[in-house]
Ligand binder design. Structure first.
Ligand code: PMP
Length: 387
């Protein structure tokens, strides 16, 4: 999401630690390559073979409201939510999308009144996910328009509020902030998984968005799903996807179904999976190590600070822990006004706070790259601190 230009240097290979001090480290986007190693260790267990005659049809299940949703994928999604306990799936329609990026657009289309005299306002509390304003406005729709920071929204007009919890970029748990009753809430729960934050209870909202990108790490599969209470909204979301892409790749759904099934298996079965570390244990431990490493590097400095998170008990893992988000919302302290360019001078590519509706004293840094890159990054951060 929000894929920016690549610097040439970020493609060159590296291994030695002298290079670690010189090479461009690109932590701009949240590319979840951290998960590669786990799935590599699973070997053939997640391999999917698709014969040439399969998936010729546009249709998956014509009796279903979302007729291009593969039953295997739907079942795998429901099973995973029941295992983790992070969302209510009963009395919900599931709509599959090409990433939750497509589903976000489908919701905007579905909830905007078709004949209103002016576009519906779309808001989210700053700092908000930088793609929301771009996606909302790029086609200059007559149905909806970006209206900025939800905390500043005072118009007595219909609105859509995006509630991202845990939030991208700052990792905080959130609730709706606009204090009016004519709004529609969209809950983007891309990061409501137990490797990032304690699961307090099953989310039970009207419109909830999830994605494989940040749960299993399969961003390239481009699959997301929406849990939608209202039948008419689910129908219109389906209509949006039909009009834009006539459905969602079945190959992707089959592969994602397999990955999600195996993920659940690593927690629920012994048998074949006796030797495999359960996915959410592995990913939780990895995130815990990374945040420790990062906080260590930051604590040595007077240049930077990170948000603090309160502890909570996770109903899924029974662990009590503080959030360890997919992104670090780093603040440059003191005189540094433009944190992004300060870090760029040290060959660390990040995304400025200004893209998130915040000050440029902040940057967002991905905590999800491969081990080697993350190690180089924290090493580099220490070296900046000691200047
Ligand atoms: N919502 C949020 C809050 C995200 O951070 C992202 C990914 N960066 C998305 C949605 C989009 O995810 P997808 O890859 O499923 O389109």
């Amino acid at each position: 999401a929000h894929i920016p230009k690549r610097t040439k240097a970020s493609f060159s290979s590296s291994s030695s630690s002298s290079k670690a001090l010189n090479e461009v480290i690109d932590l701009d986007h949240g590319d979840p390559t951290m998960y590669e190693k786990y799935w590599q260790q699973m070997g053939e267990k997640t391999t999917v073979v698709i014969p040439g005659w399969k998936f010729i049809s546009y249709f998956s299940d014509v009796k279903k409201l979302c007729w291009f949703l593969e039953p295997d994928f739907e079942n795998a999604v429901i099973r995973l939510h029941k295992l983790v306990g992070n969302a209510v799936t009963e009395d919900r329609h599931i709509v599959v999308g090409t990433g939750s990026t497509q589903l976000f657009q489908a919701v905007l289309y579905a909830v905007s009144p078709p004949n209103a005299s002016e576009p519906m306002n779309v808001v989210s509390a700053a700092p908000f996910y930088s793609s929301y304003p771009l996606i909302t406005d790029f086609l200059k729709s007559g149905l909806y328009k970006w209206a900025g920071d939800a905390r500043k929204f005072k118009k007595d007009k219909p609105y859509v509020e995006l509630v991202t919890s845990p939030n991208n970029p700052d990792g905080l748990s959130r609730e709706a902030v606009v204090n009016q009753n004519q709004g529609i809430l969209i809950h983007d729960l891309a990061y409501y998984w137990p490797q990032y934050t304690p699961i307090s209870s099953p989310a039970n909202y009207d419109i909830m968005l999830f994605t494989v990108s940040k749960s299993t790490g399969h961003a390239g599969t481009r699959l997301g799903w929406a849990l939608v209470k209202d039948k008419e909204i689910a129908k219109k979301m389906t209509e949006f996807i039909v009009l834009s892409t006539i459905g969602v790749s079945k190959e992707s759904q089959l592969r994602a179904a397999k990955i999600l099934q195996v993920l659940s298996d690593t927690h629920e079965y012994n048998g074949n999976f006796k030797e495999s570390e359960p996915f959410f244990d592995y990913s939780y431990n990895l995130m815990a190590r990374r945040w420790k490493q990062l906080r260590n590097a930051v604590s040595k400095s007077k240049l930077f600070s990170l948000p603090e998170f309160s502890h909570g008990k996770c109903a899924f893992s029974s662990r009590t822990f503080a959030s360890q988000p997919a992104f670090a919302w780093l603040k440059c302290e003191g005189e540094i006004e433009d944190c992004e360019s300060f870090l760029r001078d040290h060959k660390i590519i990040t995304r400025s706070g200004k893209h998130f509706g915040e000050s440029s004293k902040y940057v967002r840094i991905s905590v999800l790259p491969r081990d080697e890159i993350f190690d180089q990054f924290t090493e580099r951060l220490c070296s900046i601190n000691s200047l």
